[in-house]
Ligand binder design. Structure first.
Ligand code: TLP
Length: 344
């Protein structure tokens, strides 16, 4: 199977399997797992923050970050297309008593600037719940892997500071953004107060995400992580693979981007598909099936019979994600399979 449903399906590299088998271990709740400590130090350094914390998943990382920043009854300002809003089971609301206030996302992943100003307005008005945190997402999943550039992050950070608010970045695929921009990831993270990034997506580790920020933030998040059941004891087995992810797997993301561009270029030329290939900046390709004769479900089932997996993404949209383990030849095979299914 050529599995393009997500970069979460990536399997650990041989070096990761060795690292996790040989990791030096201890009890991380006591702060005594040397491999976790090494990963957290490395991660904090790489993203230019005072401290970092290993968490079980991107969802747990975002939740711990939001609960560390905001109190019950406070608002979280976030994009209408954000992953936190759509796909994290409403955790910050259900478990933390926070209120999601969405601001429309523009197609390029930014927040509508006028709507953002409106959302931040009248902070002294007793009718309004106070704001606890603002969130951005980079790359932006539902906006097709769109990249937010440093200048934009800086702009929102300045605005957040003017309002005395922290800015959190859901940077699940932040290294994809840095590679696409050909910048050190610190150019992105310096403009946010906290960040969550995933080891287990394009970086191919089997489990884990990292959150990073100031010492105060990470100390608060560590307590929330414990509350959420995320004190993982001998977590060095996860961290061992995570260290390989950060040291060996970042630069190769460029291959995934090249494969995604090739896929988008080929699909865009096919009858039955609507796709703007110039919008594909990283490893996510979202397209629309414009032939009413075939439903997305039929398309995906027929594609599966051809040995290719993609994911439905709401309405008539389909998402394909390139990643470690998908070669250029497999992308060509996937293109041929789509052509066969659409009868082109
Ligand atoms: N995204 C998954 C699905 O949940 C949709 C995927 O296949 O893309 N932030 C962003 C931007 C994400 O894309 C994801 C995962 C997460 C957070 C959550 O990470 P996990 O799955 O580790 O909880």
């Amino acid at each position: 199977m050529i599995d393009l449903r997500s970069d979460t399906v990536t399997l650990p590299s041989p070096a990761m399997r060795t690292a996790l088998a040989q990791a030096e271990l201890g009890d991380d709740v006591y702060g005594e797992d040397p491999t976790v400590n090494r990963l957290e130090t490395l991660a904090a350094e790489m993203v230019g923050k005072e401290a970092a914390l290993l968490v079980a998943s991107g969802t747990m990382g975002n939740l711990a970050a939001l609960l560390a920043h905001a109190e019950r009854g406070q608002r979280v300002i976030l994009g209408s297309e954000s992953h936190i809003y759509h796909y994290e089971a409403g955790g910050a609301s259900a478990l933390g008593g926070l209120i999601y206030q969405t601001v429309p996302n523009l197609p390029d992943g930014r927040l509508d600037p006028v709507a953002l100003q409106v959302a931040l307005g009248w902070p002294e008005d007793v009718h309004r719940a106070p704001i606890g945190v603002i969130c951005l997402e980079n790359t932006h999943n539902r906006c097709g892997g769109a990249v937010l550039p440093p200048a934009y992050l800086e702009q929102v950070h300045t605005l957040a500071r003017q309002h005395g608010l922290p800015l959190h970045l859901d940077g699940a695929r932040m290294f994809n953004a840095a590679v696409a921009l050909n910048l050190d990831v610190r150019e992105l993270t310096r403009h946010v107060d906290s960040v969550q990034f995933c080891l287990s997506k394009g970086l191919s580790a089997p489990v884990g995400s990292v959150i990073a920020g100031s010492h105060t933030f990470v100390n608060r998040a560590r307590r929330v992580r414990k509350m959420l059941g995320g004190g993982m004891r001998q977590a060095g087995v996860i961290a061992g693979a995570g260290i390989v992810a950060l040291t060996e797997m970042v630069a190769r993301l460029a291959e995934d981007h090249a494969n995604a561009r090739m896929l988008a270029g080929e699909l865009a030329g096919m009858p039955g598909i609507t796709l703007e290939p110039e919008r594909v900046q990283t490893n996510i390709v979202i397209f629309e099936l414009n032939d009413p004769a075939i439903t997305p479900k039929q398309f995906l089932t027929a594609l599966r019979e051809q040995g290719v997996l993609m994911g439905g993404f709401g309405g008539r949209q389909v998402r394909a994600v390139t990643h470690y383990g998908i070669t250029a030849d497999e992308v060509r095979a996937a293109v041929a399979a789509v052509r066969a299914v659409l009868g082109g």
